[in-house]
Design a protein around this ligand. Structure first.
Ligand code: GDP
Length: 613
């Protein structure tokens, strides 16, 4: 039944046992508490437990609100008018944009290309679509360049540029968001026309909505038999994101990545949406932006792909990014072309780093290399301090990191830092590790570097909660005691498959072990004897052996009457540790006295077995 509450800010309905609160953002603490039937103070204190501080009149992040509601047995139905491209989302985006814009003098603002990411269920064609878009562009423009996957690329369509993140999959998207980076303007949700919405499609949709980016739906595989565009549209309707031609706000473009059809229409639609967003940036400002990915390149040292968000990044600039810094030695685009400078929304590979910055980390240009190095050093010291201080818990926990942490503990992750003798072997180690497949535990390579395992590695590992894998390398003096002090595990190897096996083992060790019962013996109750307190069973061991303290089960026919431990085991008058088959003994189980002749006492050994990956 549905019953509606007459308050204007929210309504509550019930469906079966489930109570649903319908409300519109912003979710203000006071109203939210009323909706839950709680005192606002209670909501505030629950948020504090989550590391979030809010007053009565402040608004709550939707994910946080959902968590709290769930705790009190409610589901939240947050009504964005329409969907991710709604006015509300738009307003917030506008607000952010306005803030950034206010910093710049508006006269310097010039239009910038949109940054687009592609999300969707596995095998629905994200990679194919990214390739098709790229190919279409190369055919139209300067062919011959060697395309490299650097984490992002830029194309030109109708003489205007579009930047695509080509790390498909929302893991990458989430990772960037978890670090607070909002680099994307538009998310293209790929849905296979024959499959329709799948679990990861919904997940991706949720991420896009949470990130408040403009949403477009590309219905892929229109060429296959069984392609059903209307079904996808109906599914969109069900998910409260009705397509434009059904009176909603989300544009739908049918495509075939395989045949290359619909790609121009998709690109056109992206540009239309970009026009609506009025994306602008100041190319004259000092450069800043976000790291997309980084790695160590043979011959070039650490290399990072970045997207410039503001300003223009030039060769010779000094930039700082967390504990790392760079004097920009060279810039390359995704075709491997050498660039002098990169304008806003341009993805470039930057050479000249002191180390490999994290994906999602923000970088900014500073006055000179000295300042960059100084700032990076400061950050390193801060990290070291955090690592060495007794309670290394970060004080300020953002909602994003909070949930990233929660998610990380649910989906177990083994994080590793790799140190090897030469670049070549780090590639080999990476290959072996990437070959380990598991649905239950993920493996995260936090960094790879060449050289000895240093004290700094230990501090970093301690701060990041990783272990250190050394391959064909040794430990610097003093590393062992420091690692012991910080509880950092270091494993070194000289044989690659041993490394793989060990990592597989360590990943499995993160899982709850499978519990296995091994029957060790059984005894039949032949008589019962009263004691001062309770009874003892006179038994004949019929199978295996009975041990004192063994886990035991008392069976009466098919029924299990009691489970416990063998508390007392006697052979005649004496205590015994073990009685073998064929012998008589007295057994008393803990907390049990109701033995009957004919009962069978079965004994077990509980073994913990390493779970399968
Ligand atoms: P991803 O996991 O989402 O990146 O999906 P992929 O791009 O790897 O594509 C998965 C499979 O679908 C591959 O075998 C592709 O060849 C196929 N595929 C992708 N796009 C199309 C399409 O438009 N039509 C058809 N028939 N197959 C496609």
């Amino acid at each position: 039944g549905v019953q509606t509450c007459a308050l204007p800010i929210f309504s509550v309905t019930t469906e079966g046992d489930i109570k649903i609160i319908h409300l519109k953002p912003p979710i203000v603490v006071r109203d939210f508490a009323t909706a839950l039937g709680l005192k606002p103070f209670k909501v505030i204190s629950e948020m504090m437990e989550m590391g979030i501080f809010a007053s009565m009149t402040q608004s709550i992040d939707e994910t946080v609100a959902s968590k709290i509601a769930e705790k009190h047995g409610f589901l939240l139905d947050i009504k964005h008018r329409g969907d991710a491209t709604t006015q509300q989302a738009q307003k917030e985006k506008d607000k952010d944009k306005a803030k950034a814009a206010a910093e710049d003098e508006s006269k310097f603002l010039v239009p910038r290309p949109p940054v687009v990411c592609i999300l969707g269920h596995v095998d629905h064609g994200k990679t194919s679509l990214l390739d098709a878009i790229r190919k279409a562009n190369v055919a139209a423009g300067e062919a011959g360049g060697i395309t490299q996957h650097i984490g992002a690329y830029q194309i030109e369509f109708n003489s205007r540029k579009i930047t695509f993140l080509d790390t498909p999959g929302h893991a990458a998207f989430q990772k960037m968001r978890a670090r607070g980076a909002s680099v994307t303007d538009i998310a293209v949700l790929v849905v296979a026309a024959d499959d329709g919405f799948m679990p990861q499609t919904d997940e991706a949709l949720k991420h896009a909505q949470d990130a408040k980016v403009t949403l477009l739906v590309a219905v892929n595989k229109m060429d296959v038999k069984g392609a059903n565009l209307d079904q996808v549209k109906a599914q969109m309707q069900q998910r409260n994101i009705p397509p434009v031609d059904w009176g909603g706000e989300v544009e739908v473009v049918p495509v075939s990545a395989l045949k290359g059809t619909g790609i121009p229409e998709l690109l056109e639609m992206i540009q239309l949406q970009a026009d609506v967003l009025e994306l602008k940036a100041n190319p004259k400002a000092p450069a800043s932006g976000v790291v997309i990915e980084s790695q160590i390149d043979v011959g070039r040292g650490p290399v990072a792909t970045v997207i410039v968000q503001r300003g223009t990044l030039k060769v010779g600039d000094a930039i700082v990014c967390g504990p790392h810094w760079a004097k920009v030695r060279a810039l390359f685009d995704d075709q491997g072309n050498n660039l002098k400078e990169a304008l806003p929304a341009t993805p470039v590979r930057v050479i000249g780093w002191s180390g490999t910055p994290d994906s999602g980390a923000q970088f900014k240009a500073v006055k000179n290399a000295r300042e960059a190095e100084g700032l990076a050093e400061e950050e390193q010291q801060k990290q070291r301090k955090a690592a060495t201080s007794a309670d290394a818990a970060p004080k300020e926990v953002s909602v994003e990191t909070l949930f990233a942490n929660i998610a990380a503990t649910q989906q177990k992750t083994l994080k590793v830092i790799i140190k090897t003798d030469v670049f070549g072997s780090s590639e080999a180690v990476r290959n072996v590790l990437e070959g380990i497949k598991s649905t239950k535990v993920s493996l995260e390579i936090v960094s790879t570097d060449v050289g000895l395992v240093t004290k700094n590695d230990v501090l970093m590992a301690s701060a990041a909660g990783t272990l250190i894998l050394g391959f064909n390398t040794k430990l610097e003096n003093g590393v062992t005691p420091l690692a012991k002090h910080h509880g950092v595990r270091i494993e070194t190897f000289s044989i690659i498959y041993e490394l793989g096996d060990k990592v597989r083992e360590m990943m499995a060790d993160l899982l709850e072990p499978d519990i296995k019962e091994i029957k060790t013996g059984a005894a039949e109750v032949r008589a019962t004897f009263p004691l001062a307190k309770g009874f003892v069973a006179g038994c004949l061991v019929t199978e295996g052996k009975v041990n004192r303290n063994a886990t035991a089960r008392l069976r009466r026919g098919r029924e299990i009457v009691h489970e416990g431990k063998v508390a007392t085991l006697k052979r005649f008058k004496d205590d015994a540790n073990e009685v073998r088959a064929g012998l008589e003994c007295g057994i008393k189980l803990d907390d049990f006295n109701g033995y009957q002749v004919g009962d069978v006492i079965e004994c077990f050994e509980i073994q913990k077995v390493r779970a399968a990956l």
